[in-house]
Write a protein that binds this ligand. Structure first.
Ligand code: PGA
Length: 250
């Protein structure tokens, strides 16, 4: 696991967007994307660099990590809507090459088809991840099996509480979502996990310094061969000096 610590959001966005640009310039890139507050500065930077460097996304395919069930793509808090607004509408990607799990209809069928589609496209080359304050990645909440593929999951009260800031009240926050499973996520060839803010410091410290456990879903990344963890000083604040000495790269 490689760890990078930056002082500002801008430096983080710059570093992570460069990782994506490198992939986008390859022949038929498959990108794994995330929603939430963390990736927004990276998407802004990607849009900026796309214009500056005249980059085309025509050959790019994307798969998002998750989607709420029961709210449609037109709902302003759906992850499809988020992705269209924050990235897809601002670049020249073919919208039919952008996949977000479908939270409506036959959910069982939808989840199986999602994993099949990722496999058909040759797997994900670079996946961006955020992390929940409880250590979840995508919506894989504590207790989720490391063998789990894409599935429907009931959100914990803590996650609904964390996400209520995007809704009018907690009652409007959906109770379930479709999420890429942990087994699906770790198939990505390269992973960049980004965490900012002090409320992520505990989860980050446990993920890096403790043994993998399903109590902390992000700890599955321990054994992945190609993970970069990108932090600000607040989210890195609980790391031991030994970790900083051994794992943090300048
Ligand atoms: P956030 O969410 O980026 O909004 O903090 C991260 C997550 O819950 O995975």
């Amino acid at each position: 696991m490689q760890i990078k610590i930056f002082k500002t959001q801008d430096e983080i966005a710059n570093f992570v967007s460069d990782m994506f640009i490198e992939e986008i310039k390859k022949e038929s890139p498959v990108l794994g994307l995330a929603t939430g507050g963390t990736p927004v500065p990276t998407y802004e930077k990607l849009i900026e660099k796309t214009k500056e460097q005249n980059i085309s996304w025509k050959n790019v395919k994307t798969f998002n990590l998750d989607e709420y069930t029961g709210i449609g793509p037109a709902h302003s808090q759906s992850y499809r809507y988020f992705m269209n607004e924050n990235l897809f509408n601002k670049i020249d990607i073919n919208i039919y090459n952008t996949y977000v799990p479908n939270g409506f209809g036959n959910l069982e069928k939808n989840v199986n088809e999602y994993d099949e589609k990722i496999a058909q496209e040759g797997g994900i080359d670079l996946q961006i991840l955020g992390i929940g304050s409880n250590g979840h990645i995508a919506f894989n909440e504590p207790g989720t099996s490391f063998d789990q593929k894409t599935h429907v999951i009931e959100l914990t009260e803590q996650t609904r509480e964390d996400n209520k800031r995007f809704f009018n009240s907690i009652d409007e926050v959906p109770t379930h979502s479709i999420t890429m499973g942990l087994a699906t996520i770790v198939k990505a060839k390269k992973i960049v996990l980004v965490a900012t803010g002090e409320n992520k410091a505990d989860a980050i410290c446990k993920m890096i310094e403790e043994q993998p456990t399903t109590d902390l879903p992000a700890s599955i990344l321990h054994d992945h061969a190609n993970v970069v963890v990108v932090l600000d000083e607040a989210s890195a604040s609980k790391l031991s000096s030994k970790t900083i000495e051994e794992l943090v790269e300048a």
